[in-house]
Design a protein. Structure first.
Length: 750
């Protein structure tokens, strides 16, 4: 291995020009452990790249003695290109790449240590699922009860934590596969070794096994890597943390760049504690804070800083800028999601009229199902848009499946729909049966459904397949009969439940499953806007046709998780409502830690905006065709009023701090004095545009006269006892649902 060049005094370097004081300190602090706390828009990529250039220019190391890891190939490519432009030559030999690409490179060098050959295969997700299914089937695991995706998700979480099968406790995820998940994990790993294969989690896990089992190999890399740089350190999981810590023990020249306030990926294994305990893990470490923001206006930064300051689990920093003051954050309350989408569309058209590019505008939502109303509104207006980080609403797998069921109920001859869902969820109708159906349908020129009916009455198919087909056809007949009398929304809910499709995703333990269930609920809600099933299906067909050709200058629509690292001139942040954002499930599962991550998501959303930010919420959301009253997010109350322009508010604004801190269960929502001028929910307020009240048939009743101790009934939560009364809001302890805050218009005395 080449020894480093003799360090030289830093020459007057053009690459240092233009750095602010904090950035320059971060670049020049090359010896010993350093944590660069880089706030949003503070130039962290420039600091990382310049630091690499500085190490090379001052002859502290050869490129082959530097390890730089990122989270995406795009980030690694951008860093390499910037570095080579900066130093004016190739950076060949530099160990620069993602965690997984570097780990794979190391593993191919030492594959035999973990029982693999250097030409091992890296499996993709489909191959992993197929292998998990094989292992589970061999062990007699019921696939319907314990889907392969759920098992694979558990295996991935264990690998993220650096756990090999011998380290997994018997009671870890004990509910999964009736406590047999650890044994299945061992069998899965053995099967991978037999196939000379590894999955993505194995790349780091096998590296850890090599480093901890072979001190000579670890020592070689500790000596080789004189300088280690890490991007997005707040997103590292336990395995990545252990890997880095082992490699850095040699020279201790570890520089981690990250932002604890932007740690938003705990659901995929990221551990915020890695960055919070950096000084403890690396004694003598220096912390450099990058706080000068080059992206956003003072109003946006001040509001975001005040919001994130409510979190206790953070190292602390305050963003500032020398940019002009700019516009205040617009706060808008609307009647429902449809009005919210209409308002956003109008505002975007206003931006267009001012000559602004659509590409500079983004809609950032907390949950994927929220995109549906915006997509449909944009299509109506002719506003081109793109969904980033996922497919458009009607292109999502679960939506296409649900639509296939509804199409088949509506049109029995729809062969494409039949083929898509005849075995989804699995009913034991395999490829052999489908081939027989296709052969008969072609020869007789009949639809697949009719071919299925005929074959199910003969002995040409195996008994199990015949029964599965008969049951499926009977269900279709039952649903078609129901379609003649029931509302199409009720029909859709029945089909999704009785088919087992909803249960399939409820049983799925993968991180994506809850979002898919939310999307299915949103689909049913969307149907309520149409008179019948046929009208809705026609609408969907037109939507798909209209969106297929969208190109050029487009609005970006995405979730807040997908928005990290991006920036836009104008950002719309809809759906800031309790239960939606912060997300109720996140808080119930993780308590205060969940709430703080939700607040970090809000911080990320606000700091994506360069010039304008719009926060909105609806007083009502429609779910399964029924209206649910909502309350504004506690995060709204945490935004300082001096940085807000309140355009309209239905009068449900909580007082600042009412829901902050550790008390994340809605209990008391006293009116906020500075906004108390606005009218109560259920009455026309001059500041609420759109519907003057609830839709026909869902009129809100102004009851009044409630007192603590009263027994009441709510159509969703059932019977309960009033605990406290504040204006038209009631804190109620329900017999089954627990403590809730609801509007008096939605309850009646029992």
């Amino acid at each position: 291995m080449a020894e480093p060049l003799t360090p030289a005094a830093a020459p007057p370097a053009p690459y240092l020009a233009g750095l602010n004081d904090a950035q320059r300190r971060a670049v020049e602090a090359v010896d010993g452990p350093v944590l660069v706390l880089a706030g949003a828009g503070t130039g962290k990529t420039r600091v990382l790249t310049t630091r690499l250039a500085h190490i090379l220019a001052t002859r502290r190391a050869w490129p082959s003695q530097i390890l730089a890891v990122t989270f995406t190939n795009k980030a690694a490519l951008e860093m390499r290109e910037r570095l080579e432009r900066m130093i004016g030559q190739s950076a060949e030999g530099l160990w620069l790449g993602t965690f997984h690409s570097v780990a794979a490179r190391l593993l191919r060098r030492h594959a035999e240590v973990v029982g693999l050959k250097p030409n091992f295969t890296i499996l993709d997700t489909d191959d992993q699922l197929r292998l998990v299914k094989q292992v589970a089937l061999a062990e007699g695991i019921d696939e319907k009860r314990w889907p392969p995706r759920a098992l694979l998700s558990a295996f991935e979480r264990w690998k993220d934590r650096g756990l090999t099968p011998d380290k997994v406790q018997a009671d870890d995820r004990s509910e999964l596969a009736d406590g047999r998940a650890p044994a299945l994990f061992r069998l899965y790993q053995e099967r991978l070794a037999t196939l000379n294969a590894a999955d993505f989690g194995d790349l780091l896990l096998h590296n850890l096994t090599i480093f901890t089992g072979r001190a000579d190999i670890l020592a070689d890399y500790q000596h080789r890597f004189r300088y280690i740089l890490v991007d997005e350190y707040q997103d590292t999981n336990v395995a990545q943390y252990l890997w880095l810590r082992l490699l850095a023990q040699g020279h201790r020249n570890l520089c981690c760049v990250g932002d604890d306030d932007q740690s938003i990926y705990s659901w995929r294994g990221a551990e915020i504690g890695n960055i919070l305990r950096f000084e403890r893990d690396f004694p003598g470490a220096r912390i450099v804070r990058l706080e000068q923001n080059y992206r956003s206006t003072p109003h946006i930064l001040a509001a975001a800083s005040a919001l994130i300051a409510k979190n206790k689990g953070r190292l602390g920093k305050t963003l500032w800028t020398v940019l002009n003051e700019g516009e205040r954050i617009v706060l808008r309350g609307l009647w429902d999601g449809e009005e919210e989408a209409r308002w956003v569309g109008d505002e975007i058209e206003a931006h267009q009229r001012r000559g602004e590019k659509l590409a500079g505008i983004a809609i950032l939502v907390r949950a994927g199902f929220q995109t549906r109303e915006f997509e449909e509104r944009f299509i109506t207006l002719g506003l081109p848009y793109r969904v980033i980080g996922g497919p458009r609403f009607y292109e999502r797998q679960e939506i296409r499946d649900a639509l296939a069921y509804l199409r088949l109920v509506h049109q029995p001859a729809d062969d494409l729909a039949f083929e898509r869902i005849v075995n989804v969820p699995r009913r034991g109708i395999g490829d052999v049966t489908l081939q027989a159906l296709h052969a008969l349908a072609r020869s007789q020129q009949i639809p697949l459904a009719e071919a299925a009916r005929r074959l199910s009455e003969t002995d040409e198919l195996k008994p199990a397949a015949r029964k599965a087909l008969r049951d499926f056809l009977a269900a279709l007949a039952r649903w078609r009969s129901l379609a003649e009398t029931a509302l199409h929304t009720e029909l859709a809910a029945t089909v999704l439940d009785e088919s087992g499709y909803t249960a399939m995703w409820q049983a799925d333990k993968s991180p994506e499953a809850p979002g898919r269930l939310e999307n299915l609920k949103e689909l049913v809600a969307a149907m309520a806007e149409f008179d019948n099933l046929g009208g809705f299906l026609d609408h969907v067909s037109l939507v798909m046709e209209n969106t297929a050709s969208a190109s050029g200058d487009m609005v970006s629509v995405m979730t807040l998780h997908s928005a990290k690292g991006l920036e836009f001139d104008a950002v719309f942040l809809p759906g800031w409502e309790e239960g939606l954002f912060p997300n109720q499930r996140a808080m119930e599962d993780n308590g205060r830690a969940g709430l703080e991550e939700e607040r970090r998501l809000a911080y990320v959303g606000l700091t994506r905006a360069r010039q304008r930010a719009y926060v909105s919420y609806a007083a009502n959301r429609r779910l399964y065709g029924q209206w649910q009253p909502t309350l504004p997010s506690r995060f709204i109350a945490e935004l300082p009023t001096e940085h807000l322009e309140v355009v309209a508010d239905p009068g449900l604004y909580p007082r600042a701090g009412a829901l902050g801190g550790d008390d994340w269960s809605p209990s008391v929502f006293p009116a906020r004095p500075d906004l108390a001028r606005l009218g109560p929910l259920g009455r026309r307020s001059p500041l609420i545009e759109g519907r003057p009240g609830p839709p026909a048939g869902r009129e809100l009743r102004r009851i009044g006269g409630f007192a603590a101790g009263d027994r009441v009934f709510h159509r969703k939560f059932g019977h309960g006892t009033v605990r406290a009364v504040e204006d038209n809001k009631l804190a109620i302890r329900f017999d089954q649902a627990g403590d809730k805050m609801v509007m008096d218009a939605f309850v009646e005395k029992a």
